[in-house]
Design a protein around this ligand. Structure first.
Ligand SMILES: *Cc1c(COP(=O)(O)O)cnc(C)c1O
Length: 417
């Protein structure tokens, strides 16, 4: 069966034929490609068409697909069994490695996804402060727990409503929403609400386009939290181990109270983590009174894969990754200039990039209204050339270590073919 037939079949058995909505190519003119294998920078569909992959599983695969060291370690670990539901050494090694290399992290709790990590961070922040509300930003994504499926409302500043069916109004009441980049708005909200446990932010917003924020702004948030006895939570599920080993906290020198990780930390296996200073982390059960648990948490195969991934991320690695990305962005820019997409710009930070018509927006409200319409065509043109982008205009592109010079040459050939 080809992808089209598989998609029809999958829709009979699964809502929309997929297990995460963006995979359905909703809004695009083409049907999702069913992928069967991947290697390095390439991914291959059921019809044996091979694409240069810039989605890279939405971020975890910083080394590229099927990195050999990760493969070997994961296989080795499997020989010893793959779930113990007991204390084990694999997670100790990964936790210790992270704590040793990141100054602002003293303890880590592993779980299975970024969503779980943020969900736990919300409970932890409430437990630590005894306050109920959380503040988030329009244009940041934090996973699919009820408390974060909230968008700005039409009433008072900060007041919000559910962005998904099935989220209760009382849950929505406990989440406040601001526009990115406006410190005054955040200050005002804190004036009007004494009950804010934490500010949650992607320090590099990368889920609604790429919307880098200024250092002053992020420092301002730190200061507001300090003044109001609220916690600052950096959701580094994308940026952690990506912009640098210590992520945006390291890059900005700002110390958050809690950090959430996901994606790169598991090297493509399901791992999420909450991390921070001892005093906060020890509020988690079984030491403290904030409950959190998981049957498959700290799965040994995933822990070993995560460690085998992180061990490859030294300064040299990040320098090379940046070089790959600069070169790829340069190639796309050159092609854009000569194509029907000549108004496109690329926003780039580290190994992340986002293609956007017009300028570089700094918050969600500035993103051009015709983004998706334009993306539709761009995506299809590139797909036909054997280049696979994340299948939604608001999703960003990811470059890996495998996107090396020979892949860059291949990209040129495909673009100008
Ligand atoms: C991907 C992502 C999440 C959710 O992680 P899942 O593993 O998909 O549950 C949360 N926060 C940020 C910043 C993310 O990029």
């Amino acid at each position: 069966m080809n992808s089209e037939q598989l998609f029809e079949k999958a829709k009979e058995y699964t809502p929309g034929g997929v297990h995460s909505p963006v995979r359905s190519f909703k809004g695009l003119h083409t049907t999702p490609r069913f992928m069967k294998k991947a290697n390095g920078a390439f991914i291959t569909d059921e019809e044996d068409k091979e694409y240069i992959d810039f989605c890279m599983s939405f971020g975890p695969l910083i080394l590229g697909h099927k990195n050999q060291a990760v493969l070997e370690k994961a296989k080795e670990a499997m020989e010893n069994g793959w779930s113990f539901g007991a204390a084990e050494k694999y997670s100790l090694e990964l936790a210790q490695y992270i704590v040793d290399r990141i100054d602002h992290i003293e303890k880590v709790r592993f779980m299975n996804s970024g969503t779980e990590a943020v969900m736990t961070a919300i409970r932890l922040a409430r437990g630590a402060t005894g306050k109920n509300k959380i503040l988030k930003f329009n244009g940041c994504y934090h996973g699919h727990m009820d408390q974060m499926l909230i968008k700005a409302g039409s009433g008072l500043a900060g007041e919000a409503e559910a962005s998904s069916k099935g989220v209760t109004p009382s849950t929505a009441e406990d989440t406040l929403v601001c526009e990115l980049g406006d410190l005054e708005e955040v200050k005002n909200i804190f004036k009007n609400h004494s009950d804010i446990a934490a500010i949650f932010i992607e320090p590099l917003p990368a889920n609604n386009g790429l919307l880098p924020q200024s250092l002053e702004y992020l420092k301002g948030l730190r200061q507001i939290c300090d003044e109001h006895n609220a916690l600052l939570v950096f959701d580094e599920v994308i940026s952690g181990f990506r912009t640098s080993f210590g992520g945006m906290a390291q890059d900005t020198g700002i110390t958050p109270d809690i950090v959430t990780y996901g994606k790169v930390i598991g090297g493509g296996f399901p791992v999420g983590a909450v991390a921070g200073k001892k005093e906060v982390m020890d509020l988690l059960a079984p030491v403290g009174g904030v409950y959190q648990a998981g049957t498959l948490s700290a799965n040994p195969v995933a822990m070993v894969a995560g460690l085998a991934t992180l061990k490859q991320l030294d300064d040299n690695f990040y320098a090379n990754l940046k070089k790959n990305t600069d070169s790829i962005v340069g190639i796309f820019n050159e092609w854009f200039a000569q194509s029907e997409f000549s108004d496109y710009k690329i926003v780039q930070q580290a190994s992340l990039f986002w293609m956007v018509p017009g300028g570089a927006p700094s918050n969600a409200s500035q993103i051009p209204a015709n983004l998706l319409e334009r993306f539709n065509r761009l995506f299809e043109v590139l797909l036909n050339k054997g280049i696979y982008l994340s299948p939604n205009g608001y999703e960003i592109g990811f470059v890996s270590a495998a996107h090396n010079e020979s892949v860059q040459e291949e990209l040129k050939q495909r673009l100008w073919s």
